[in-house]
Ligand binder design. Structure first.
Ligand SMILES: *Cc1c(COP(=O)(O)O)cnc(C)c1O
Length: 424
């Protein structure tokens, strides 16, 4: 961070120092959190601009404030790029984040008390797919499908039976901890049969879909919601992609139904990320994310780790640490001290509590953004095994030794793979 008279460092050294510390932390750790990524320097630059100064309630050509000459163009570019990258009729780029985007879908399609269906949260679904602690679980009659106890995969027969019995008006597919390909055509067939609107929430896999590394829900789902900051590598935000019949209702639900002014600096960052996602390199990037996840999964399985569903088809791995003799939270904490950033996670049919579950969730998008490949994934698996095995020994000195050994090796590798947006 530079020091000029008006710079953050000069004006607010306390905050400048904290941001610097976070930059250092991000540079010096390996991010294996499946919902995170590192944005490019260009995306970072677009989000930190004067666009944050502007109010733009409404849509291009129909705003409630003057001075939209430039903002209208920026939002239109973002919309056009979203439609081109995903191949949809309509795009709304204003939702503040993934959760408000999903709320807008409810507002556009159902009424309070209506029956809605989604994947259960502990099975890998999202809070906003009608889970009880979420507004969506309180305001709607939500029913949930699960994954097979043995297979760890969504059982489409169970989804169909539940849909026939409950007749939901809205069906969500997608989630936060699904390591396997989502069968959009099968969901679409079920939704059609029971007369439900099908929403594909592709928050996690949007970058894979954009890069052709996961089948697209386009042509199957009526509405697609996604965050922009996970595999898609954009700023924190969201988009709703819709077929023509739902376009007007979605726009009305986002504004004025749910939100005020859009975050124009975010819109610009989304536009830049979509430009990047449209390049041929992005398809290589998306495929490398999956190749890295598959290698990491195989290496971990070879070291005695248990993988929910036995492996992965996408960027995400869900580990059941029970056979390793440790719980998810202490493992995540020890790994973090060793420079490997993960999150503890509930596994399907977890006998432990959500705040102290059996699982660990991993993702390879961020490491792939740093340019890492399959040989680095083998190292990561070896380091994870070293820390987790030490932890299982229950001996503090053994844990300390493993953590500091791995920390040293992580320091070496992070030096070789710069963080996009931070290092040249
Ligand atoms: C991350 C995520 C969301 C919510 O996104 P926020 O931006 O955190 O509100 C919604 N749905 C799914 C499937 C997600 O993975």
């Amino acid at each position: 961070m530079t020091t000029t008279p008006n710079s953050l460092r000069a004006v607010d050294p306390e905050l400048a120092e904290l941001i610097n510390a976070e930059e250092t932390r991000q540079r010096d750790t390996l991010k294996l959190i499946a919902s995170e990524n590192y944005v490019s320097a260009a995306v970072l630059q677009a989000t930190g601009t004067v666009l944050t100064n502007k109010y733009s309630e409404g849509y291009a050509g129909r705003r409630y404030y003057e001075g939209q000459q430039v903002i209208d163009q920026i939002e239109t570019v973002a919309i056009d790029r979203a439609k081109a990258v995903f191949g949809t009729d309509h795009a709304n780029v204003q939702p503040y984040s993934g959760s408000p985007a999903n709320l807008a879908v409810y507002l556009a399609t159902v009424n309070p008390g209506d029956t809605v269906m989604g994947m259960a949260l502990p099975m890998g679904g999202h809070l906003t797919h009608g889970w009880s602690v979420s507004a969506t679980g309180k305001w709607f009659n939500a029913v949930h499908y699960e994954v097979g106890k043995e297979s760890g995969r969504v059982d489409m027969d169970q989804v169909r039976d539940l849909a026939r019995k409950e007749r939901p008006k809205l069906i969500f597919c997608g989630g936060t901890a699904i390591p396997r390909t989502i069968d959009f055509p099968a969901f679409a067939e079920i939704a059609r049969e029971v007369g439900a609107v099908l929403v594909a929430d592709i928050a996690h896999i949007a970058g894979l879909v954009a890069g052709g590394a996961h089948p697209s829900p386009v042509g199957h789902a009526d509405i697609i919601t996604t965050t922009t900051h996970k595999t898609l590598r954009g700023p924190r935000g969201a988009m709703i992609l819709a077929t023509e019949p739902y376009a007007k209702a979605i726009d009305k639900a986002v504004f004025p139904g749910l939100q005020g002014g859009p975050h124009n600096h975010t819109t610009a960052g989304i536009a830049v990320a979509l430009h990047e996602a449209a390049q041929p390199e992005f398809s290589r990037y998306a495929r490398q994310i999956v190749a890295n996840a598959v290698t990491l999964a195989e290496e971990l399985a070879g070291r005695g780790f248990e993988l929910v569903s036995g492996g992965t088809d996408n960027h995400l791995i869900l580990l059941d640490l029970t056979p390793k003799g440790v719980a998810g939270k202490p493992a995540a904490q020890a790994l973090d001290r060793a420079g490997l950033e993960t999150n503890y996670n509930t596994i399907p049919y977890d006998p432990r509590k959500p705040f102290d579950p059996s699982g660990l969730r991993l993702g390879t998008a961020a490491l792939t953004s740093r340019g890492m490949g399959e040989s680095e994934m083998r190292e990561v698996a070896r380091w994870m095994d070293e820390v987790v095995t030490a932890l299982a020994s229950g001996d503090e000195d053994t844990v300390e030794k493993a953590v500091s050994h791995v920390r040293g090796e992580v320091n070496e590798i992070t030096g070789r793979f710069p963080v996009p947006g931070l290092d040249r």
